[in-house]
Design a protein around this ligand. Structure first.
Ligand code: SAH
Ligand code: SF4
Ligand code: F3S
Length: 474
């Protein structure tokens, strides 16, 4: 999306950046003495972005920053942005606009923007022109260069923009400050090659590249040793993992490898693309006791005609074949999905096929979105005659359909016992805790706070609209 020319990251990139971290630290020590500066880092969008945010925090922590939850007390604000839909971008512009007054009160405050949104040239231009209080902007490719970018901005007291597309080498070893102590994100690959015609991700995240299995296993074992109970493998298309690596490995083999690691934990992964989801993968899910019996398999639409226009490379028949195979092999497997409503050229007949598919598969839950036009994608060129009002009506119809299926799915769980990772306080009321089962369903139950971060067995007693209720059993 930005310059055609590719830029090189230095072979020695990490050391260069550690030098910059030291330089910033010594500037701050002189200027602020013993005061701990606070940073507010907020990541929008998907888990990949959240994971990038943890690397940003890792680098900032080494510079001496502490962290705060609100921009109000912050000496540094970084918004790590998402570009997947227009409303995600609008929200960021609104929040960045609001920082103007805060900076007036605290002129030393630094403001940085990064992530998928800023990787687009027209957005970087807009920030340059209309948001002069933003001090530095960098794209997804320049993430490892954050210390250098910040040092230049501080030292030269000028605005720095770096949205170059650096080469696709993965920089390993960036420090990570994780948000949680028992659940961890572990990226296994970056970027996407699929170019679904509606989607901005391949333009802003670059080409698909996988980490070596050795690096993944090393990080994974480290997490298990630190006591992490749930590790989620991340990628825009995790099941195409391994392509382009020198070693001969695919995603199913990686899952089997990680399942061998000793310890009490579970493994999740997301997202999978149906075109790369194989029976071999289902077999691996079935065989690996630590892999959650949950498959997030975004179908996007129930009409073959639209799937083709979306460049998705599968049919509803092949999708159903996979679901049927999985349900035979892993009887209690849970399916969730992403669905786009109102893709250009989509007619009500196409949409009806989506509703039919949802009824047929009976997903546990779906994440549905009204199509949002993204500059630079192929779908943005297609004629899109259906009004937003009509698309909203379709969207409501889909929500209603899924709501009643979800309700039935929840009712089927009453009387069953699940292993739950306790995540925090529940919404049901005081004394309640909440967690998720293997299949990603929310379960609330009464229990002591010290169970947070542990596994417990919970017998389901009641199905609410948004969660299951249960009680702890031995
Ligand atoms: N790589 C993942 C996630 C992509 S973004 C995958 O392929 O599953 C998450 C979801 O956002 C997508 O699955 C899709 O349903 C939705 N999405 C992407 N682009 C969109 C757009 N332009 N308008 C509306 N929804 C979109
Ligand atoms: Fe976007 Fe498709 Fe890639 Fe997912 S697989 S990130 S929807 S282009
Ligand atoms: Fe958004 Fe970028 Fe993720 S566009 S969904 S943050 S990959």
């Amino acid at each position: 999306m930005s310059q055609e020319k590719k830029f090189q990251l230095s072979k020695n990139e990490l050391n260069v950046q550690f030098d910059n971290i030291d330089k910033i630290k010594s500037i701050y020590e002189k200027k602020y003495k013993d005061k701990t500066l606070l940073a507010h880092v907020h990541s929008y969008g998907c888990q990949q972005n959240v994971s990038d945010g943890e690397k940003i925090k890792g680098m900032l922590a080494l510079m001496g920053y502490g962290f705060c939850d609100s921009p109000d007390e912050a000496d540094l604000v970084i918004y790590n942005t998402c570009a997947v839909r227009e409303n995600a971008e609008d929200r960021v512009f609104g929040n960045v606009g609001a920082l103007k007054h805060k900076k007036r009160r605290n002129p030393d405050m630094l403001i940085g923007l990064c992530g998928c949104m800023t990787q687009q040239e027209h957005i970087a231009e807009k920030i340059k022109k209309s948001y002069p209080h933003v001090d530095f902007v960098f794209g997804t490719h320049a993430l490892p260069k954050l210390p250098e970018i910040m040092y230049d901005a501080i030292k030269q007291n000028k605005r720095i923009f770096d949205i170059n597309e650096y080469d696709d080498e993965i920089v390993e070893g960036i420090p990570i400050q994780r948000d949680q102590t028992f659940k961890a994100w572990l990226p296994i690959m970056y970027g996407c090659n699929n170019f679904c015609t509606y989607c901005i991700v391949p333009y802003v995240r670059g080409r698909e590249r996988s980490r070596t299995s050795a690096e993944i296993v090393k990080e994974f074992k480290g997490l298990v040793a630190q006591g992490y109970k749930e590790i989620t493998l991340l990628g825009q298309n995790v099941n195409s993992y391994g392509k382009g690596l020198e070693e001969d490995i695919n995603f199913s083999q990686l899952l089997r490898m990680l399942n061998e690691v000793k310890g009490d934990f579970r493994i999740r992964f997301m997202s999978s693309h149906p075109k790369d989801a194989t029976k071999e993968l289902i077999d691996a899910i079935a065989d690996c006791d630590k892999v959650c019996k949950h498959f997030h398999l975004p179908v996007q639409c129930g009409s073959d005609r639209i799937l083709q226009l979306m460049n998705r490379h599968y049919t509803i028949e092949s999708y159903m074949e996979l679901i049927d195979y999985a349900r035979k092999k892993v009887p209690d497997i849970a399916f969730t999905s992403d669905i786009i409503v109102g893709f250009p050229q989509e007619k009500y007949e196409d949409f009806k096929q989506t509703v039919e598919l949802v009824k047929k598969v009976r997903f546990d839950s779906i994440f549905s979105f009204i199509y949002s036009k993204r500059v630079g994608t192929k779908a943005a060129e297609m004629e899109d005659p259906i009004s937003v009002e009509e698309k909203s009506n379709w969207f409501q119809e889909l929500l209603e359909t899924q709501r009643s299926i979800g309700k039935e799915r929840y009712k089927e769980c009453v009387g069953k016992t699940y292993r739950i990772l306790v995540e925090g306080e529940g919404k049901t009321g005081a004394e309640y805790l909440t967690g998720r089962n293997d299949g990603y369903m929310i379960v609330d139950f009464k229990g002591e706070q010290n169970l947070i971060g542990q596994f417990v067995n919970v017998k389901i007693t009641q199905a609410l609209n948004w969660a299951l209720l249960g009680e702890i059993v031995e």
